[in-house]
Design a protein around this ligand. Structure first.
Ligand SMILES: CC(C)(COP(=O)(O)OP(=O)(O)OC[C@H]1O[C@@H](n2cnc3c(N)ncnc32)[C@H](O)[C@@H]1OP(=O)(O)O)[C@@H](O)C(=O)NCCC(=O)NCCS
Length: 288
C-alpha cells in the first residue's frame, strides 16, 4: 500500500490521459460503482474530448483501467474535480490520491494563472472516502442541497396542467429558486453559479414548462434532474411527477434548499428524500 505522498509503483501501474479506446475498460470499472448506475460510460467520449484533464491509472500487466479522475471547467468559471473512481478490487491502496495529486496540481496552477476563479467539488454526505479526500486538501462545505425523488409505490394519479414556457435569461434569473440558493444551480452532482453562459447551454438540452402554474425545467446532466423554480412543497412534487412521466426520462431527481416549514410540507407528500430529510448533496469549495 502507498502512503498519500509516496510515488506510485511505475513497474506495475502507469498514470496517463484517457483515450477513446479505453471505453470497454471504463464500462468494466463502472459495473461495480453505484450498483451499475454510474454515469461515467455515458459521458466518457465527451470527457475525453473536453478541455481539462481526464486521467486514469492503467494496470500494465492487464492493460485494464483501474482508476479515473476528471478536472473540468464549468460555465461559472470554476474548475471542478469529478469522476473519481477506483475499481473495487484495487481500493484502499491510495490510488485515488495518485490521481487527485495530478488533478489538484493542474487546478491549482489554473487558479494561480486566473484560468479558473475557484476550485470546487461535489459529493454525497455518506461518501466518507470522497469527503475525507476533499477535506484533507482544504475543501470546505459551502452549501448542502436536499435530494428528493418520487415515491415509487404511490399511485400518482394527480392531473397536471402543463403550459409551454420559453423564458428570457432575465425572467429565468428572477425566479424564487435562485434567491433560496444564492444563485447556485445543482445539476445533479455538479453545482455552479447560474449565469448567461450556463443558461444558453441549458437552452440546448433542457425542457422548460409551467406545471400547475409553476415555472421550471428538467434536464439530463450526469442523470436526470428537475427544478421547480417557485419551490413550494406542492410545486416540487408536481415537477417531480411531471418530469418522471416524460418519455425517456428515468429516476429524475430534485435538488432543493427548503426551509424547515417546507420540509414539514414535503413530508406530507409522496416524495422521498435520499437521506432522512438531511441535506445530502454537498457543494465544496477549496479555501486558500
Ligand atoms: C472514493 C474512491 C475513489 C476512493 O478510492 P480508494 O482507492 O478506496 O481510496 P484511497 O485508498 O486512495 O484512499 C483515499 C483516502 O480516503 C480514505 N478512505 C478510503 N475509504 C474510506 C472510507 N470508506 N471511509 C473513510 N475514509 C476512507 C483513505 O484512508 C485515504 O485517506 P488517508 O490518505 O488519510 O489514509 C472509491 O471508493 C470509489 O471509487 N468509490 C465509488 C465512486 C465514488 O464514490 N467516487 C467519488 C465520487 S464524488
Amino acid at each position: 500500500m502507498y502512503s498519500r505522498d509516496e510515488e506510485m509503483d511505475i513497474e506495475n501501474w502507469v498514470i496517463r490521459p484517457l483515450r477513446h479506446d479505453d471505453y470497454e475498460s471504463i464500462c468494466e470499472l463502472s459495473k461495480s460503482i453505484w450498483e451499475g448506475n454510474d454515469y461515467l460510460p455515458e459521458v466518457f467520449h465527451q470527457w475525453v474530448d473536453s478541455p481539462g484533464l481526464f486521467l486514469c491509472i492503467e494496470d500494465i500487466s492487464t492493460h485494464q483501467v483501474i482508476a479515473t479522475g476528471k478536472y473540468s471547467y464549468l460555465e461559472d468559471g470554476s474548475g471542478i474535480l469529478e469522476g473519481l473512481r477506483v475499481h473495487e478490487n484495487f481500493r484502499g491502496q491510495h490510488l485515488s490520491w495518485q490521481i487527485c495529486k495530478e488533478l489538484f496540481k493542474k487546478a491549482i496552477e489554473d487558479r494561480k494563472k486566473g484560468r479558473v476563479s475557484q476550485i470546487v467539488n461535489c459529493t454525497h454526505v455518506t461518501n466518507e472516502a470522497s469527503l475525507h479526500i476533499s477535506t484533507s486538501v482544504g475543501f470546505t462545505i459551502k452549501k448542502k442541497f436536499l435530494i428528493l425523488e418520487l415515491q415509487q409505490e404511490y399511485n400518482h394519479d394527480k392531473v397536471l396542467n402543463i403550459e409551454s414556457w420559453q423564458p428570457s435569461f432575465e425572467e429565468f434569473m428572477q425566479q424564487p429558486y435562485f434567491s433560496s440558493t444564492q444563485g447556485l444551480l445543482a445539476q445533479n452532482f455538479v453545482v455552479q453559479g447560474m449565469n448567461l453562459a450556463l443558461f444558453q447551454a441549458m437552452q440546448k438540452t433542457a425542457t422548460f414548462a409551467k406545471v400547475n402554474g409553476c415555472p421550471g425545467f428538467y434536464d439530463n446532466h450526469h442523470g436526470w434532474y428537475n427544478v421547480a423554480l417557485d419551490p413550494t412543497p406542492a410545486s416540487i412534487y408536481d415537477w417531480l411527477l411531471y418530469a418522471n412521466k416524460q418519455p425517456g426520462v428515468m429516476d429524475c431527481l430534485a435538488f432543493v434548499l427548503p426551509q424547515p416549514a417546507q420540509i414539514e410540507g414535503l413530508k406530507k407528500l409522496p416524495v422521498i428524500p435520499c437521506t432522512n430529510y438531511e441535506p445530502d448533496l454537498l457543494y465544496l469549495t477549496m479555501t486558500e
